[in-house]
Design a protein around this ligand. Structure first.
Ligand SMILES: Cc1ncc(COP(=O)(O)O)c(C=O)c1O
Length: 403
């Protein structure tokens, strides 16, 4: 009988696979039980046969599991699979997307450094940087995601990190990853991309020159709105520092959540394709709708970020926003009169979600910041799910009929 069946999936063979196969086959070593589906290791610590072995594990003379804040087989499987999909040397899992951002700042920057960040990043990212990170002597400033001159002009001698999220939330603006990577390299700063909206299926920022990718796994990596988690991906040299912070400080991923994300990665490709197809169909329909004044979706040919998104993404993703004729009252009327769409801030779920950014996800921004970002009172964001597109349109029509 052949003994070449790849039961323990040697790394050399796995690395040669395409991304769709890596999503299903990489990152996991079967145990002696020969289980077909990946096992969940719900254990906080690990036992040793004798004191000498315990001592060698604790002193790192032997590499192995000691305690689940340090390593856990299920968490490691998720990390290895995500790293393979992003094309990074190493991934590190965190307890949430925000913990991923916190860990890179704490591990890689120090007092006196400057972070240059795109203006339209996730609201909590801004709150964390503005209210907490600055307390440790790290400077933060913001620029328009799409204005390369503004990025260049805002560079300071102490700029050590450029941080962006693309496509942006909720306006679907697109950053030029190659240009920002070149700028970062020129000034000796790290380039970090929040790849939450695209996932590695639609965009691989490391291939465009980014140093670090971060994720809120809570979104598409899970895909069904069940668990909080995050991840950081990059070179082993950088990740070693991030691991050091996480082990000491503790915002690591729970094994149970890692198991959910590990299995989520297996279906990520077909889900992202289906999210993108539904969003494209909805964007086209809204674009022709008489009650809609503007649709913001990089998949539309007249969107300013369309050509760039086409270059660096394999599809346009599941999130779009649109402005209705009128103001807050009309936007709320539309949202209030849909029956199926879920009024919730989360995204990346099989269930379509709808939200009024100006009074929820982006409510904490100053009026000036909201205006600069183009987030009007008449704007509605939709994270298009996987229900039948006919039902999504019909549900929105219930609201649009009333304005
Ligand atoms: C783009 C983006 N980055 C980061 C986060 C933070 O992730 P988490 O909620 O998992 O902490 C979110 C959450 O909504 C997000 O949308």
């Amino acid at each position: 009988m052949s003994d070449s069946k790849d039961n323990n999936q040697p790394a050399a063979a796995v690395e040669a696979y395409q991304q769709a196969t890596l999503a299903i086959r990489s990152g996991y070593q079967r145990t002696h039980e020969a289980e077909h589906s990946e096992a969940l290791f719900l254990t906080s610590s690990y036992v040793f046969d004798n004191p000498e072995l315990a001592a060698k594990h604790f002193s790192n003379e032997i590499q192995g599991n000691v305690y689940s804040r340090y390593t856990n087989p299920t968490v490691r499987a998720f990390e290895e699979r995500l790293a393979a999909m992003e094309g990074g040397e190493q991934a590190v899992a965190t307890s949430s997307g925000m913990a991923a951002t916190l860990s890179i700042v704490m591990a890689l920057l120090q007092s006196g450094d400057h972070i240059l960040c795109s203006r339209d990043v996730f609201g909590s990212t801004r709150v964390m940087l503005n209210n907490y990170i600055v307390k440790f002597g790290v400077e933060v400033s913001y620029v328009s995601l799409t204005d390369l001159d503004a990025w260049q002009q805002a560079i300071q001698p102490n700029t050590k990190m450029l941080f962006c999220e693309t496509p942006s939330n909720p306006m679907s603006e697109v950053a030029d990853l190659e240009a920002l990577a070149a700028l970062s390299k020129k000034v000796g700063a790290l380039f970090v991309v929040d790849n939450c909206f695209c996932s590695p299926v639609l965009q691989k920022p490391l291939e465009w020159g980014a140093d670090i990718v971060i994720h809120s796994a809570t979104k598409y990596l899970d895909g069904q709105g069940r668990a909080l988690g995050g991840a950081v991906v990059g070179s082993s040299e950088l990740m070693e520092k991030v691991v050091g912070f996480l082990r000491a400080a503790g915002p690591t991923m729970s094994p149970f959540n890692a198991w959910i994300f590990l299995k989520g990665l297996e279906t990520l490709r077909i889900r992202m394709q289906a999210h993108s197809a539904n969003a494209a169909a909805l964007a086209t329909w809204l674009n022709d709708h008489p009650k809609v004044t503007k649709v913001f979706y990089a998949g539309l040919e007249d969107h300013p970020g369309h050509a760039l998104a086409k270059k660096q993404q394999s599809d346009f993703g599941g999130v779009l926003s649109f402005a209705v004729a009128g103001g807050r009252e009309q936007a709320w009327t539309v949202i209030d009169n849909t029956r199926m769409l879920s009024l919730t801030a989360n995204l990346g779920d099989t269930k379509t979600t709808i939200v009024h950014p100006a009074t929820t996800t982006h409510g904490r921004l100053s009026d000036e910041d909201r205006q600069q970002a183009g987030i009007g009172e008449n704007l509605i964001r939709i994270a298009v799910g996987l229900e039948d597109i006919i039902d999504i349109k019909n549900d929105l029509q219930l609201g649009l009929d009333l304005i």
